[in-house]
Design a protein around this ligand. Sequence first.
Ligand SMILES: [Zn+2]
Ligand SMILES: [Zn+2]
Length: 374
Amino acid sequence: MIGKLVITAAVAVAVLLARAGGDVARAQARSALDIYVIDVEGGNATLFVAPSGESLLIDTGNVAPAAAVRDAGRIMDAVKDAHLLQIDNLIITHWHGDHYGGLAELAKQIRIRHFIDHGANTQPTPAVDEFLGKVYPQLYANATHTVARPGDAIGLAGVDVQVVASAGETIKTALPGAGAPNPYCAIFKDGRNNPEDQASLGIVVTFGKFRTVHLGDLTKNKEFELMCPDNRIGTVDLFLGLHHGQDTSNSEVMIHATRPRVAIMNNGTRKGGEPDTMWVLHTSPGLEDLWQMHFSQLSGQEYTVPGMFIANLLDDQQDAMPIKPINNPPPGPDRPDPPAHNGPAHWIKVTAQTDGTFTVTNTRNGFAKTYEAK
Ligand SMILES: [Zn+2]
Ligand SMILES: [Zn+2]
């Protein structure tokens, strides 16, 4: 009887394997951590896929009806490329429209099993408060909802995900291997800080010897709290996001002290990449390459990286970009729209191995570069 049961089970497994075909082969072959940095026009959407097939999405792109549909669609393109049937974990770093904006649209298209955030909105705004009061609770009603605190771990099989900042609090003790005095604290200069950016939920991700960090839009004052007097994060291979490359974040205490080999900036066509930020990045010790979602008008050719490292063009692409950065036009009714990019979009894909080797690919032009383990 037992023998027959075993045989029956074995036959059943064989049938399932035959039916699943290629998907099983792909799942068995997967040994790397994949990271998709998705173009959501100066917002954020970054998708991690563990070797097990478990997933973690950070943020869902922009609000406003058309942008939300566009950005949810671009996230779904990456989801399909990764053969995901669900999103296991979703972090909304903070309650700004360029981070949670596409969530309701995305939730119509794929099951999200675990919603993670920093808690209440700290910057009262009618549209956000209405979303949090009426829409968001319905989205997680049949899922798990976690308000994360610094020191919490987020479950992603085979990958260590540590929360280092949330709701304005930061970890008080250094991560394993970190905690050295930070020499850049002496030259720290604070900047403008709005409440919600400061509340960003930030994580450090470790996959074998590979380490990366994503801090949402965490501002300079919180970078200082997290990194001074001692560097509680340590060093990373890859710095993700960079608050779109805006100069309210990205102080030397964070960028220079974590010594990323590679940084990927989720900037827009006229958002982020300002000269001050580019200066910090280009002078960061040990930085081998900066990759960008877009050329930013705020960089000009003077500060930007070569086009090979830039993932997206414009709907109405110019032959050349001006050398000189433009000044960011002041807010108000006369503010011109930034150059549009609503057509086909390209992600930057990172594939990391447990030995610390990682490859970055620009899917617009096929340019890829492997950073060998050190
Ligand atoms: Zn774009
Ligand atoms: Zn943002």
